[in-house]
Design a protein. Structure first.
Length: 225
C-alpha cells in the first residue's frame, strides 16, 4: 500500500466536499468515496462499550444503521470495537444471525447491504469505529480501509493521543503557518487543518513539526500530494 498516494486521494476528495458540512462528515464522505462505499459513519466509544456517540453519518441509511445499534445494544460496529478488529457482515447472510434484532431491523431499513466496520485506533487502542456500507464489494482492500480508519480517527480526535505530545503538536510556529496553508488548500477551518496535519504525521510515522516544515517549504500540497 502506498500511504502517500492514499492520503493524496483522500485530500483531493476532501477538498471537493461541501465546506458547509462539519469536518467529520466531510472526512467520512471523502473516505467512503475513496473506498467505493455507498455511505459511511464515524462513532466513538468510551471505556464503557455501552457509551458511544455517532460523530458523523453521510446519509439517512448510515445514520439509521448507527441508531439501531445504539437502540438495540448489538451490531457489527459494537463488535468491531469490542474485538478491536474489522467486522464485515451481509445483512441477508447467515453471519448476521449473530445480531438477530439488528439484522432484521437493518434489513428492513437498508436492504441487502454489506456493512464494513473498522476500529479507529490511537496509541494502539481502539476508541471508535469507522463504518462503510455498500451494495457491492468495496473498491479497496481491507488494509487500505483500516489505514483510513486509523487516519480518520487521528484526524477527528481533538486531544493528543499520547502523553507528552502537546508541544510537538502545537508549540512551534511552523505548525501554525502550515495550518493556515492547509486551511486554504482544503477550504477547512484551522482546527480541521491541524487535524489533517496530525493525520499525515501519524500516517508517515513522523512528527507534526516535520510534516509542517514540508508544507511550509511547499514540498507538500494537500490538494495534490
Amino acid at each position: 500500500m502506498d500511504r502517500a498516494a492514499v492520503l493524496g486521494r483522500l485530500g483531493r476528495l476532501l477538498a471537493a466536499t461541501d465546506r458547509r458540512e462539519q469536518f467529520a462528515t466531510r472526512l467520512c464522505d471523502a473516505s467512503r468515496r475513496l473506498v467505493g462505499g455507498r455511505g459511511g459513519s464515524i462513532s466513538v466509544n468510551s471505556d464503557d462499550t455501552e457509551a458511544r456517540l455517532t460523530l458523523a453519518a453521510t446519509d439517512e441509511v448510515a445514520a439509521e444503521l448507527e441508531s439501531l445499534q445504539d437502540i438495540l445494544g448489538e451490531g457489527p460496529c459494537r463488535e468491531a470495537y469490542r474485538q478491536d478488529e474489522a467486522i464485515v457482515t451481509d445483512l441477508d447472510d447467515a453471519v448476521s444471525t449473530l445480531w438477530p434484532e439488528f439484522s432484521r431491523s437493518a434489513l428492513e431499513s437498508a436492504g441487502e447491504v454489506t456493512l464494513h466496520c473498522f476500529p479507529m485506533r490511537a496509541a494502539s487502542r481502539p476508541f471508535g469505529v469507522y463504518a462503510v456500507y455498500a451494495y457491492d464489494e468495496l473498491t479497496e482492500p481491507d488494509d487500505v480501509v483500516q489505514f483510513l480508519a486509523d487516519v480518520i480517527g487521528t484526524a477527528v480526535l481533538r486531544e493528543a493521543s499520547a502523553p507528552g505530545t502537546d508541544d510537538i503538536w502545537s508549540s512551534r510556529s511552523v505548525v501554525y503557518q502550515a495550518t493556515g496553508m492547509v486551511s486554504v488548500q482544503l477550504q477547512v477551518s484551522p482546527v480541521d487543518a491541524l487535524a489533517m496535519l496530525r493525520a499525515h504525521a501519524f500516517a508517515h510515522d513522523t512528527t507534526l513539526n516535520e510534516i509542517a516544515e514540508h508544507v511550509v517549504a511547499r514540498r507538500i500540497d494537500f490538494r495534490t500530494h
